[in-house]
Design a protein around this ligand. Structure first.
Ligand code: MG
Length: 277
């Protein structure tokens, strides 16, 4: 199943996504996943902000015509640095012997089609196209032989936008990775792909191919990452895990358009501008 999250008539909905004639369509409304606590609490309190799909008239619409939201509402975003050999090399780093973890704050989430704001404090803001896991079930202290797929609701795309100069200057990465708008996610979540088979992830800037990697080149596989992360941190339903970026990262400039894509997950497209005063 593929699902997105979107605004329609000032209400938040979840929609089932299908490909029709090579274009993604929202074909029907669907129930919110149980991890969207805000959705379910609002519904329980009969707030008008959100809406139960039951009884709501919906005509299929092209995904591109929808007012999309990030498809997830995570309590935290756990990221993996340097998980492709070629990317570790391009930044002059050794291939790590253990996963390198950091957080992005949920306040950095940006919807598909939203605008990445380049902060005045940064002189170089890079794109990093990444595959993201969406957690579906609380995961703590997973063993290496755990059925990891049962803890993952599905997959989506992310852009781990990074202020590269501040990453170096600050010595730790919270600010460089954490600016508002620095975590575009979407456009939909799918449980119909299998990254262990080696899936191609690509990033384009203004239509030009800049990153082309395969999940077959992960230094640490998804079950290895989940075992390592959950040894330290309990992952909650709805949490995101960004699995790292392949080689080819580079700077963005105002008026650029950056697109991250993978077959089965669509295209995550965002424009760039200087943060307004
Ligand atoms: Mg990254």
């Amino acid at each position: 199943m593929n699902y997105c999250r979107f605004l329609l008539e000032d209400r938040i909905h979840y929609g089932a996504v299908e490909i029709r004639d090579a274009e993604p369509w929202i074909v029907d409304l669907t129930a919110a996943p149980p991890e969207d606590l805000a959705f379910h609490l609002a519904r329980a309190n009969a707030l008008a902000l959100v809406h139960d799909p039951a009884g709501f008239e919906f005509e299929p619409m092209p995904l591109m015509a929808a007012d999309l939201l990030p498809p997830v509402t995570p309590s935290k975003i756990v990221c993996v640095g340097r998980n492709y050999r070629d990317h570790a090399k391009e930044l002059g780093n050794d291939v790590p012997s253990e996963p390198l973890l950091f957080f992005k704050p949920p306040s950095s989430l940006l919807k598909p089609g939203g605008i990445i704001q380049m902060p005045p404090a940064a002189t170089r803001v890079d794109f990093e196209g990444e595959l993201a896991l969406v957690i579906g079930k609380r995961a703590s202290k997973l063993q290496a032989d755990a059925d990891w797929r049962s803890f993952v609701r599905g997959f989506t795309l992310a852009n781990d936008v990074t202020a590269r100069d501040l990453q170096k200057k600050d010595g730790q990465w919270t600010r460089a990775k954490g600016f508002d708008t620095f975590c575009p996610v979407g456009p939909w979540v799918s449980d119909e792909i299998d990254p262990s088979t080696g899936l191609t992830i690509e990033t384009r800037v203004n239509g030009e191919l800049r990153q082309h990697g395969s999940t077959a080149d992960f230094i640490f596989t998804i079950p290895e990452l989940l075992t390592y992360i959950t040894a330290a941190i309990t992952l909650e339903p709805g949490d995101l895990v960004l699995t790292g970026t392949p080689a080819g990262v580079g700077p963005l400039a105002p008026s650029d358009r950056v697109e991250v894509s993978m077959a089965g997950l669509g295209v995550l497209a965002n424009a760039v501008q200087n943060q307004p005063d």
